[in-house]
Design a protein around this ligand. Structure first.
Ligand SMILES: C[S@@+](CC[C@H](N)C(=O)[O-])C[C@H]1O[C@@H](n2cnc3c(N)ncnc32)[C@H](O)[C@@H]1O
Length: 221
């Protein structure tokens, strides 16, 4: 992607999210009813690694990427990790996050206002780096570079979980409204490989309403 096109891709995405209300419906494109099943499936997937007898993932610190108002932080990550950091490009969502999260927000440490394309985690800081419904806002090259920086941000036995929409056509869908792409599984896996990450496991999100994209969770490191 040429520099100008890339700058536009990110600025249009940023502008789109500036018009979205800081609510669960806003985070989920009007599908707030899927939040509970989404979190249940995520918890089940995450627990496979937290409870692994040989190489358990630690439960000290997680990073929520493209966190919005902190839906995943509140309902998932703060249940399993002592501390959580957030990275989110939209200042309004960051400003609302502690209020939305409520009492456990005192265990949210850093709130970084930054695009993932420009974000570098502190080296070996995180047990889990969670990226949900945000990777389509990165170009392929920025996605690969972001993953390889995140890999360095993981502690021993740490992992990244990517949860996102997937196309079933084998093609990339472009959304000009929110300036994002939806990738097929094969491309996601190729980009993980390019970032030097191994795919440990993947699971499909069950019980989504008909007409939505397939959603999968990938655990990589
Ligand atoms: C669909 S919402 C998902 C929010 C949250 N992950 C969840 O599942 O509830 C997408 C979020 O990604 C953020 N976002 C979009 N582009 C981003 C970027 N380049 N870097 C960081 N965050 C971004 C948006 O501001 C928004 O908060």
């Amino acid at each position: 992607m040429a520099d100008k096109e890339k700058a536009e891709f990110y600025s249009k995405g940023k502008e789109y999210w500036e018009m979205v209300p800081a609510t669960i419906d806003g985070m989920l494109g009007g599908f707030s009813e899927i939040s509970t099943i989404d979190i249940q499936a995520s918890a089940r997937f995450l627990n496979m690694f937290l409870q692994n007898k040989e190489n358990p993932v630690g439960h000290i610190k997680a990073l929520d990427c493209g966190a919005g108002i902190g839906r995943v932080t509140k309902h998932l990550l703060l249940r399993y990790f002592d501390k959580v950091d957030i990275v989110e490009q939209n200042q309004n969502f960051i400003d609302q996050a502690r209020k939305y999260i409520g009492e456990p927000a005192d265990r949210v440490e850093e709130l970084y206002c930054c695009g993932l394309q420009d974000f570098t985690p502190v080296v070996r800081k995180y047990d889990v780096i969670w990226c949900q419904w945000v990777t389509g806002h990165l170009t392929d090259t920025d996605f690969v570079n972001f993953l390889s920086r995140c890999k360095k941000g993981l502690k021993k036995n740490g992992l990244m979980i990517i949860k996102d929409n997937l196309t079933s056509s084998g093609e990339v869908d472009n959304d000009n409204q929110d300036s994002s792409v939806t990738r097929p599984r094969e491309l996601m896996v190729k980009l993980f490989e390019e970032a030097g990450c191994s795919l440990l496991a993947e699971r499909k999100q069950y019980k989504l309403p008909k007409g939505l994209y397939e959603v999968k969770m990938f655990a990589i490191r």
